[in-house]
Write a protein that binds this ligand. Structure first.
Ligand SMILES: Cc1cc2nc3c(=O)[nH]c(=O)nc-3n(C[C@H](O)[C@H](O)[C@H](O)COP(=O)(O)O)c2cc1C
Length: 226
């Protein structure tokens, strides 16, 4: 009888261990949101002058499959929204310094959220979402074939709290500033990029699992021009 109780007790212990252990394992294999990717410091000098960069910038829609380096991602994300001032000012101007833009990165390796304050990325998914993004962007192949797509989104309430209905205009302007910085930075690095505005907001939101208040404004495929 004692043995039987012992076996039952061991059985319960084993089951509890399996449930907790497997749960832990499955959490570990899913995207670990605490696992930040620290980006290398962005460089502040380049080989191409601003004038030459403006002259060379053009929309690139055909890319090779060569992946971008972490240093290139660092530079592009810094150009979009990196911190450039001691008080927290960023690379692109913002009405009332309210910074409504949120920047995401989609690559074959996963989906990442850029956080300017620490210049790092938080992995949100390890799935390749480029194909889903392409469907949301009316099948534009550049959004699937580029090695990376930078997604600019905005949280309207950050700006509308102060500026009311005028916020919509300000936010669109800010997305333009950030996008142009990315396009010029890509050009200066010898990369190609393209601003894509034709997509279904709700489908992009769904494809990426974006929070409901993060409205997608721009998709920017970037890579090595073919
Ligand atoms: C707001 C905006 C939205 C755009 N959307 C798209 C798009 O969805 N797909 C695309 O292929 N190009 C898009 N473009 C790129 C334009 O087609 C391109 O800028 C234009 O043809 C001029 O060429 P360039 O950029 O080489 O000077 C967009 C440009 C802007 C400014």
């Amino acid at each position: 009888m004692k043995n039987r109780h012992g076996r039952i007790f061991l059985g319960i212990c084993f089951s509890v261990f399996m449930v907790i252990g497997l749960g832990w394992l499955s959490t570990g294999s899913a995207m670990d949101q605490d696992k930040v990717i620290q980006l290398p410091r962005p460089v502040h000098t380049g080989k191409m002058s601003l004038e030459e960069t403006i002259l060379r910038r053009e929309s690139v829609r055909d890319f090779t499959s060569k992946p971008l380096t972490l240093q290139e991602f660092s530079q592009l994300l810094w150009a979009a929204q990196g911190i450039t001032r001691k008080w927290g000012g960023r690379a692109a101007p913002s009405a009332g310094a309210l910074y409504p833009l949120e920047v995401y990165l989609v690559t074959a390796e996963g989906f990442f959220h850029y956080l300017p304050a620490r210049h790092h990325m938080i992995p949100l998914s390890d799935r390749n979402l480029l194909k889903d993004l392409c469907h949301a962007a009316l099948g534009q192949s550049c959004t699937r074939e580029a090695p990376a797509v930078i997604v600019l989104t905005a949280v309207h309430e950050r700006t509308s709290g102060k500026y009311g209905p005028r916020a919509e205009r300000y936010i669109a302007m800010e997305a333009g500033h950030a996008a142009q910085n990315i396009l010029l930075q890509a050009t200066a690095l010898g990369l190609g990029a393209l601003p894509v505005g034709a997509f279904y907001d709700d489908r992009v939101q769904k494809a990426l699992g974006l929070p409901g208040d993060h409205q997608p404004l721009y998709l920017i495929p970037v890579g090595h021009p073919r």
